[in-house]
Write a protein of this length. Structure first.
Length: 107
């Protein structure tokens, strides 16, 4: 996370869908106050760009339809936007990304 926030791989993109997942999981596991604080930090982080996903929805649906097993819809949106931005790098713990030839999982 330190490398990501330090810009080692360029500007970090925070997709709307990823924000929704993080906020939801934190609210369920540790409560609304913590989820709200973390959400504020993410939305105001200097090294991160928030990416609304509505304009990418149709393309993400297509990516989802053509993705290997283990790729969620949110993952498909990440892949779609990475490709649209001509970047190969994705920071994730999801091993399904490693099966994609045009995506590089970092670190």
């Amino acid at each position: 996370m330190e490398d990501l926030m330090a810009g080692k791989w360029g500007l970090a993109l925070l997709l709307e869908y990823v924000f929704l997942e993080v906020a939801t999981v934190l609210r369920i596991r540790v409560g609304l106050d913590h989820a709200t604080r973390v959400g504020d930090v993410l939305l105001h982080a200097r090294g991160m760009e928030f990416v609304p996903c509505s304009q990418h929805f149709s393309d993400a649906v297509e990516t989802f339809r053509n993705s290997p097993a283990g790729v969620s819809f949110v993952d498909a949106a990440i892949i779609t936007i990475a490709r649209a931005r001509n970047t190969r790098r994705v920071v994730t713990f999801n091993r399904a990304f490693r099966r994609l030839r045009d995506i590089e999982v970092v670190p």
